[in-house]
Write a protein that binds this ligand. Structure first.
Ligand code: C2E
Ligand code: MG
Length: 700
């Protein structure tokens, strides 16, 4: 029910109004009537009044002042003036000041009175809710982080939310009425040219504008920020364009993140070098340029030699730092216009863009080999890591990035096969070899399960008596398609992919088992020698694994001899020494294989608990050819004797070599002259029969 307050000193008027309102069909109204302004103000103040009907001439207040006082206490309550005909001017003044209208005296009985009252009350309610809605919209706009600017249809600013004030640096009062292009100055981030404000386009075309990429906002104080924006037209109730609104936000941070992400996607996290993705891109670009200029490109594929060994034995953090150090050296070896990238693991690819002649690539490769020959000092340790390099050139070896990299990779394998620490140019037959290598790696993984490995045995012989003093187990792979493969075809591949550890364990087990059989039937009293590659030797579980095998097979430790290549021992002398001590205390015999090839010094060798030196066959075989070799072999034999080690000459193939070695007091030998490596049964037969003393003529 609506409450009506009638304020008039004319009791007739009050009565007439009360009656018409009480009878109203849309009623009922609760009517209160007062004759003075003062109590009326007090009544309004206590609440609940929905509409006021007032005669401006009251005993305690006259004229417009009456209205003003009422309006001051209740601006939200509709006020109707009760006006005589001669007072119309005053009533109009009140309407201008906020009154909702007036009722002319003499018409108070009319049915129109309740109707106007109803209209006024409703209109006020609608106004109130519009006001609330606006207030709510204002609060919302001010609490969002996007900047919002509204303009009229001429593009002059009529609204800014708080975020827009902050971003543009323009307070609302200053901005109001200014053209949008003044308040919101924008430029193209790339060209620095002023950009037309989207609001202007929206007003011209009367349609939404999508985001404009790369926009920079220049604030009032001259500072800049990257923004993303969208603008839309505003239409009035009739669908007529009445203005536009633009919404935008700061994307400086988002852009920085996006840039960072893009960088990470193209760079290697460890070394910061371009990665595979970026390299491919650079090669493709370089090819496009070289094609136009008819120039050449060089692609160098590098793989560190024995990196896996360092990583496994010294830990990944040292490995990581070594890679970083290598990355720096590589970068220092090339021009700024060239690209050094890391492919992953210990592989790097260098793109030489100004490669005019093949010699340029060779020069760079040599420079890299020289740079890498210096040791890296990490944590006070000196680490030496050499590298093998394969080179392919554009356009001779390939016309796209993929082929050039693939061919450089094949050439790199060739460099590895040629003894590592060197570089090779791609030759067309190499890709077949690389494929073959890949195939071998795949098949090696299943060879153990398929029982494709066998051991052959070669006797060691006392050079004076011809008696068999021991045997060496040598690994063979019975490959389904390729037939029997020698270790040179697969051991280095097994080392590169780490499979050698598992294979080596099988070899040890098999050799120990065989040695037990021969010992049980009293065919063999000397030791069984097993080759151990550096990688196995470095494996943490090596010593424990060996102990387990000895326990399982029952072979006494003293009947086993482990052969380690000289270079493998010397690579990390301190670590080698520890493991050798452990093995020595188990009672296992230790031999240095390929002695003479690893540049070790007597002092170094003397630190190790060694039993045997095996003189590398390369010296023995060249004995007849060069005098120098005679000197070397004599020196090696002398070194061995001074260290009180047993000496075994490897690769003895003819009587002349035998005679020389005997003359130098080398006690033992191994070689085709006595017997090639044999399968177990044939070796058994040889052990039974023996090798005829001194003649040593017949091969088995
Ligand atoms: P190595 O330890 O120096 O073994 C001697 C190699 O010389 C054997 O080659 C043997 O067949 C060959 N040989 C023996 N007498 C003569 C001769 O009078 N003249 C010539 N020209 N060669 C002779 P093989 O069996 O091909 O083995 C090559 C290398 O592979 C071995 O060199 C050894 O380092 C490695 N290897 C062999 N078996 C294994 C194994 O089970 N594990 C590991 N890690 N390496 C192995
Ligand atoms: Mg050996």
């Amino acid at each position: 029910m609506n409450r009506v307050l009638i304020v008039t000193s004319q009791s007739n008027d009050a009565k007439a109004l009360s009656e018409v309102l009480q009878d109203a069909s849309d009623g009922p109204y609760a009517i209160e009537s007062l004759t003075l302004l003062a109590p009326a103000l007090a009544r309004i103040d206590s609440g609940d009044i929905d509409v006021i009907l007032v005669d401006l001439s009251l005993p305690d207040s006259q004229g417009i002042a009456t209205f003003d006082q009422l309006f001051a206490v209740a601006p939200q309550i509709p006020i109707l003036i009760l006006s005589g005909t001669e007072e119309e001017e005053l009533a109009n003044l009140a309407v201008q000041r906020g009154a909702q209208g007036y009722l002319s005296k003499g018409y108070f009985e009319s049915y129109l009175v309740p109707q106007s009252l109803r209209n006024i009350i409703q209109r006020k309610a609608v106004e109130e809710s519009v006001f609330m809605e606006k207030a709510r919209a204002e609060i919302t706009l001010n609490s969002i982080s996007d900047a919002v600017i509204g303009t009229d249809m001429n593009g002059n600013v009529d609204y800014l939310n708080v975020a827009a004030e902050k971003m543009t640096g323009w307070p609302r009062e200053d901005a109001r009425g200014k053209p949008i292009s003044v308040v919101m100055q924008i430029i193209n981030g790339a060209t620095r040219e002023p950009r037309r404000n989207p609001i202007e386009l929206v007003l011209e075309q009367d349609q939404e504008m999508q985001l404009t990429a790369g926009t920079i906002l220049i604030r009032r104080d001259g500072r800049e920020c990257a923004i993303e924006d969208s603008a839309a037209p505003i239409h009035d109730a009739n669908g007529q364009l009445s203005g536009a609104v633009i919404v935008f936000h700061d994307i400086t941070d988002a852009q920085a993140t996006a840039l960072k992400m893009a960088y990470l996607a193209q760079h290697d996290f460890l070394t910061n070098l371009p990665n595979r993705v970026l390299l491919n891109d650079r090669i493709s670009q370089a090819i496009a340029v070289a094609e136009r200029r008819r120039s050449h490109l060089g692609v160098l594929f590098l793989d560190l030699d024995n990196f896996k060994l360092i990583n496994d034995s010294l830990g990944h953090s040292i490995g990581d730092r070594l890679l970083q150090s290598v990355a720096q050296r590589l970068t220092a070896c090339v021009r700024r216009s060239d690209t050094v990238s890391r492919q992953g693991g210990d592989e790097f690819v260098v793109l030489l863009t100004e490669d005019n002649f093949a010699e340029d690539a060779a020069l760079t490769a040599e420079k890299i080999l020289t740079a890498m020959a210096q040791s890296h000092v990490l944590d006070g340790q000196q680490l030496l890591v050499t590298t093998s390099i394969g080179i392919s050139t554009y356009p001779a070896d390939g016309l796209n990035a993929e082929t050039l990299i693939k061919h450089a990779d094949s050439a790199m394998y060739q460099a590895k096969e040629r003894g590592r620490n060197n570089y090779q140019f791609f030759a067309s037959n190499m890709s077949n070899q690389a494929v073959a290598r890949q195939t071998i790696e795949t098949e090696l993984r299943v060879a153990l399960e398929r029982h494709e490995f066998v051991l052959h045995y070669q006797p060691k012989v006392n050079l004076a008596s011809g008696a068999i003093t021991g045997t060496e187990a040598l690994l063979r792979w019975n490959h389904l398609q390729l037939g029997q493969l020698q270790p040179s075809r697969f051991v280095s591949i097994a080392e590169d992919c780490g499979l050698i550890v598992e294979i080596g364990r099988w070899v040890l087990h098999e050799a120990c088992k065989q040695a037990c059989l021969w010992r049980d039937s009293e065919l063999l009293c000397g030791p069984m020698a097993v080759n151990v590659s550096a990688l196995e030797f470095r494996d943490k579980g090596f010593v424990a694994g060996l102990e387990a095998i000895l326990a399982q097979t029952g072979l006494p430790a003293s009947a086993l001899q482990l052969e380690l290549s000289e270079s493998a021992l010397m690579r990390e002398a301190q670590f080698s020494s520890q493991v050798l001590q452990q093995l020595h205390s188990l009672g296992v015999l230790l031999a240095v294989d390929e002695f003479g090839t690893g540049y070790s010094s007597l002092t170094q060798l003397a630190q190790f608990p060694l039993d045997v030196l095996k003189i590398d066959q390369s010296f023995v075989q060249k004995l007849d050819a060069q005098d120098d070799n005679r000197v070397i072999v004599s020196a090696l034999i002398a070194m061995g004797s001074s260290l009180k080690l047993r000496l075994v000459a490897e690769g003895v193939e003819n009587p002349a070599q035998l005679a020389f070695l005997k003359g130098q007091r080398c006690e033992e030998g191994q070689g085709f002259l006595f017997s090639p490596p044999l399968a177990a049964e044939r070796m058994s037969a040889l052990l039974v029969r023996g090798i005829r003393p001194l003649t040593f003529s017949g091969r088995e």
